[in-house]
Design a protein around this ligand. Structure first.
Ligand SMILES: NC(=O)c1ccc[n+]([C@@H]2O[C@H](COP(=O)([O-])OP(=O)(O)OC[C@H]3O[C@@H](n4cnc5c(N)ncnc54)[C@H](OP(=O)(O)O)[C@@H]3O)[C@@H](O)[C@H]2O)c1
Length: 285
């Protein structure tokens, strides 16, 4: 689509953010849907955040994705916040409705869309183990709770953060002590790695978030890491015939929900994924 005076502008705000895959993913979506919108990245230091949000209103920018470190601080600068974003105190998507800015959080529900799409899994009535208790784990725990999961077990390096995250789960939440990991893994329908262990740029590829030999054939594991597309943990689990999926789907499906909030249309997820994979593979060379 040719950029013109009537092109609608959206983007992602964060710091740093120039490395973000979101422009590749969302611009592929707009191209595929033949919508005259363009998406770019706005690297914004924290002290400029309020000015940047004012700029959305002033310039009529249709919406923004929000990433670190602004997901919490942006909440107080908006006119309205969705229930999920309010509970999580984290916004990852802003919609500009004629100058009225509403904040949403599409991360956790995007994760559930991804698991449904990739593995055909409906989490209702299932037992899930989440490894980690940071921002992504919290959004997933919140969405799992809303979706009727039978048990949300959480293991984390720092117990206090796990207990905080478990407040989002309510009565179905369970803190997992070190000596209970083996039993909880064996009973889990889904195990999620929401830590950076195994990520390319941390260099931490020697450790596993959960020992692969605790899994059995036919179990399901999702690693939220998307660079590399397949992590050492996923490969070790595949050797044990565990079904594994990486984090790219969550990234795509949370963006697909933003696309729907902004445009009112279903997102072309296949085109978005293709563009993201192409970008990651080219970067890896
Ligand atoms: N696919 C997607 O769309 C998507 C979206 C968001 C994030 N992610 C990925 O998900 C992962 C977590 O992101 P986040 O935003 O939730 O990060 P975060 O808020 O910084 O939380 C990181 C979590 O990992 C734990 N952790 C970090 N290093 C560890 C280590 N060496 N050993 C054990 N635990 C460790 C932390 O434990 P403590 O509590 O003890 O510090 C914390 O629970 C990252 O790999 C990120 O790239 C993917």
């Amino acid at each position: 689509m040719k950029i013109s005076g009537s092109t609608t502008l959206v983007g992602v705000i964060g710091n740093p953010v120039k490395h973000s895959l979101s422009p590749v993913i969302l611009n592929a979506a707009f191209r595929e849907a033949k919508i005259n919108w363009v998406y770019t990245a706005f690297e914004t230091p924290e002290e400029k955040l309020a000015d940047a949000i004012g700029g959305i209103r002033a310039l009529g920018i249709a919406g923004l994705s929000v990433t670190m470190p602004h997901k919490s601080t942006v909440c107080s600068l908006l006119d309205e916040i969705s229930d999920s974003a309010q509970t999580l105190n984290a916004v990852n998507c802003i919609v500009n409705d004629s100058g009225k800015l509403k904040g949403h959080n599409t991360d956790g529900d995007g994760f559930l869309d991804a698991v449904k799409h990739d593995a055909g899994l409906d989490v209702a009535g299932k037992k899930v183990l989440v490894v980690g208790s940071g921002g992504s784990a919290r959004s997933i725990i919140h969405s799992l709770g809303k979706a009727g999961t039978a048990e949300i077990a959480v293991v984390n390096r720092t117990k206090k953060k796990a207990l905080d995250a478990l407040e989002l789960a309510g009565p179905i939440g369970r803190y997992v002590e070190e000596n209970e990991i083996s039993e909880v893994v064996s009973e889990a329908n889904l195990v999620i790695n929401a830590t950076p262990i195994g990520m390319s740029d941390t260099g931490d590829t020697a450790n596993f978030p959960i020992e692969p030999n605790l899994f059995s054939k036919g179990q399901l594991a999702v690693d939220l890491i998307y660079h590399p597309i397949s992590t050492p943990w996923m490969e070790a689990l595949r050797d044990r015939e565990v079904e594994t999926h990486g984090g790219l789907s969550m990234l795509i499906f949370q963006a697909a929900r933003a696309f729907k909030l902004w445009t009112g249309k279903e997102a072309p997820v296949d085109a978005m994924r293709k563009a993201a994979v192409h970008e990651i593979e080219n970067k890896a060379q």
